[in-house]
Design a protein around this ligand. Structure first.
Ligand SMILES: Cc1ncc(COP(=O)(O)O)c(C=O)c1O
Length: 518
């Protein structure tokens, strides 16, 4: 008889060895997480480590112990730093120890979340119900997806399906193609202009991807200017829409953002909902991080109007602190949601009893058929800590950023750039040292160079990880704070380090410029 082959251990001894290894992995992760405040926020991967990732694919195995050792030495220390208390780059959450364990449970159990007659599907439905209620969309249909980009694309896909039908098209059958008339065939798609949707110039780049991916084309995303507060200019939106209609374009959706990437601004969602309603359009809200303000009693008023959205996208891996990947798409009208995605296949049919009796509720409202158990970590963290703690952490982040901003404002060597009403802050170091040239343009370039170098040094020295953006054509430092581990002392240490390194860089650069000028 040939020996049975499996990825499971083959004997009691092998099971025991893997169990012990698993316990060591957990211990190491707990130790690493607890030690984070005393470790660099980021460290570059030494070039000799790269050789490991050049190796050919293994034909035979080295064993779990050996590969874990490789992970421990060569992978674990060289992440991008987002689990660290002084990480503020882009908008990346930390993860939590409990959610890490929940992900282990989810992977260990490994249920298939197309739906089915099983408790994990009930967990996902329950969390979606809670979130719908907290977001002001009780009874909404929804599902977990990988990230904010996917959740937003999802909302826009629903918009195109629903509005296409309202406009006398059959988007599921015809797509965006113009089918020729066929004798005896289906009626031809009415000749109408191109579908377009609207959002502000501050809308995250998902909107461009969505327009392209849904076959509408980037031109279908009409960018509307913002005011000085970085919120969409409602008058400009209305004027643009009227001009587009006159030019034969067909508006189908309005996108609002709750929490823009560059300023953390929240569009006037109520006014956008009015514009959408009066024009008979779909209203989608990108609340990737900002929608979670709904969990904060102090700040939820900023979201006034969000509850009128037809669809809402938000992440839990940003301000919800869940490990990647974890985002939610909600659609107000469950029938519209299902109509946009349901498709039948003989092998997926449900029976009245047995495993398939639960049907495919998630497959019917999204693109993915095979889905993991993302909802478990959210369910466990919410049950363990309660939603109020999520709100309190959001308030803590905003307070820390506002205090940091006050320190910037009070210091002559820093300049705040743009509004920072919430947890996103753009600023630059203003070199006290001279650029060696009085021309405004040359000095501005000098300031850009100093800030670029300052950012790289702060990261490379492991002090902290802010990121950057471009504001009015100039390089600026940017902190987007969704970090539940950051203490007030961390914020102070980051401020002091930025000042010290900023002085160091500007002194070096001005000496260099002086020498070049000679
Ligand atoms: C406002 C906004 N929308 C969408 C996204 C995309 O989300 P994700 O990175 O989860 O795909 C982000 C990410 O930073 C964001 O800040």
């Amino acid at each position: 008889m040939t020996q049975h082959t499996t990825f499971d251990p083959n004997s009691d001894a092998e099971w025991e060895a893997l169990r012990l290894l698993g316990h060591r992995m957990l211990d190491d992760l707990f130790d690493a997480t607890r030690a984070l405040p005393h470790t660099p926020a980021w460290r570059p991967m030494p070039s000799h480590k790269a050789a490991l990732f050049e190796e050919a694919g293994p034909e035979t195995g080295a064993g779990a112990e050996a590969v874990y050792e490789q992970f421990r030495q060569h992978v674990l220390p060289y992440g991008n730093g987002n689990w660290h208390p002084r990480f503020f780059g882009w908008v990346q959450g930390n993860g939590t120890p409990l959610a890490m364990l929940a992900d282990l449970l989810a992977s260990g159990m490994n249920p298939h979340l197309a739906g089915f007659n099983q408790a994990p599907a009930a967990v996902e439905q329950q969390v979606i119900r809670w979130l719908g209620e907290w977001m002001g969309m009780p009874g909404a249909s929804g599902l977990f997806v990988t990230g904010g980009t996917m959740a937003n694309v999802h909302g826009l896909a629903c918009a195109r399906m629903a509005m296409g039908e309202r406009l006398g098209r059959n988007p599921r059958r015809d797509g965006v193609q113009h089918w020729p008339a066929q004798a005896g065939g289906d009626p031809v798609q009415p000749t109408q202009g191109p579908l377009v949707f609207y959002g502000s110039t501050e809308t995250h780049s998902w909107a461009r991807k969505a327009a392209e991916w849904l076959g509408l084309g980037d031109r279908a995303f009409v960018r509307v200017p913002t005011g000085a507060d970085h919120r969409v200019d409602i008058g400009a939106l209305q004027a643009q829409m009227a001009a587009d209609r006159a030019a034969g374009l067909v508006p189908f959706a309005v996108v609002g953002t709750a929490g823009t990437v560059n300023a953390g601004a929240v569009d006037d969602l109520d006014a956008l909902a009015d514009v959408a309603a009066s024009n008979g359009l779909w209203f989608h809200v990108d609340g990737a991080f900002g929608a979670l303000l709904a969990l904060s009693p102090r700040h939820r008023h900023l979201l006034h109007g969000m509850s009128r959205a037809d669809s809402l996208a938000f992440d839990l891996h940003k301000w919800g602190s869940m490990p990647f990947e974890c985002a939610v798409a909600l659609v107000r009208d469950p029938a519209v949601h299902t109509a946009a995605f349901r498709s039948s296949a003989a092998y997926l049919g449900a029976l009245p009893r047995g495993v398939s009796a639960g049907g495919q509720p998630f497959n019917d409202v999204g693109l993915d058929l095979t889905r993991g158990f993302k909802a478990l970590k959210v369910w466990m963290q919410l049950k363990a800590d309660g939603v109020h703690k999520f709100g309190a952490l959001i308030e803590q982040n905003i307070e820390q950023v506002q205090r940091f901003a006050q320190r910037l404002d009070a210091h002559p060597e820093f300049e705040r750039v743009g509004p920072s009403p919430l947890n996103v802050l753009c600023f630059r170091y203003l070199p006290a040292a001279s650029s060696g040239n009085t021309s405004h343009e040359v000095h501005a370039e000098f300031v850009d160079e100093v800030n670029r170098e300052l950012l790289m040094r702060v990261q490379e020295r492991g002090v902290a990880v802010p990121s950057s953006t471009i504001a009015d054509g100039r390089f600026v430092l940017r902190m987007a704070h969704v970090n539940h581990r950051t203490t007030d002392a961390d914020m102070d240490a980051v401020f002091d380090a930025l000042l010290e390194i900023g002085r160091e860089v500007s002194a070096e650069f001005s000496v260099n410029r002086g020498q070049q000028a000679r």
